[in-house]
Design a protein around this ligand. Sequence first.
Ligand code: SAM
Length: 247
Amino acid sequence: MSDSESTETGDYRTSHIDRGDNYDCHLAREPFDAYMCDMERVHLQHIVPQLFPDGTARYLDFACGTARITEIVAPIAQEAIGVDVSPSMLAAARQRCPGVRFVEADLTRVAADLGTFDLATAFRFFGNAEVALRQQALQVLAGLVRPGGYLILNNHRNPRAVYALLHRLTGGRPEMDLTHAGLQRLLAQHGFQVVNSVPIGAWLYRSRMLGQVRTIDGGLLRREAIFGHRLLAPVAPDTILVARRRA
Ligand SMILES: C[S@@+](CC[C@H](N)C(=O)[O-])C[C@H]1O[C@@H](n2cnc3c(N)ncnc32)[C@H](O)[C@@H]1O
């Protein structure tokens, strides 16, 4: 799994300022990143219509980047807005989703008059962001998602994933700090209740295996189904969490 998007030092806000031109290629090049992208798409195409069988009025993609997730969810929304701090990521997003409104803003620092949303997503953000930025982002999202609405996010940097534990036990450097339980606690502190957790790659137990998965096929989908129970989320390398904003 690529960790070049995290910042062990520095400010995550500036991590993607100039990455719009190569972000998608970079994800596609790394086998496990590409695999996660495919599986996230498969799951979102199932989860979102289940939550909103008649579509949703207002959808926000927070830290939308190049609109990887926006593109999947926006078609079921009457109005979709993507927000990011990086002009280059947003330039790619605008090309990918011409019907979506993209806003360049850091909502953790400056409020914008965007109204409230039935559904928000935030992918590949919380596992990378610093502790303070995670808190600030959730505070913002708690104000933007209407009571009873949903926030769907992921954590693709779980230090308790089996492969990560083995990696550390065999001398690997600890690089990740957001556990599944930690993210659930953080969500609860900001008024979100996790109603579903969907693990991805819980069957991958060695870091070497992450470099070997390829685009999903029937065999891999069967493996995901077998290891897809929410009880395995604490040890999965990537998990999608569906959180409901408390009324
Ligand atoms: C790894 S990318 C993820 C992009 C997209 N969500 C995806 O899953 O492909 C993280 C994004 O977070 C953005 N970001 C970082 N801090 C932010 C902030 N305070 N507000 C909005 N976006 C932010 C970065 O500019 C970058 O585009």
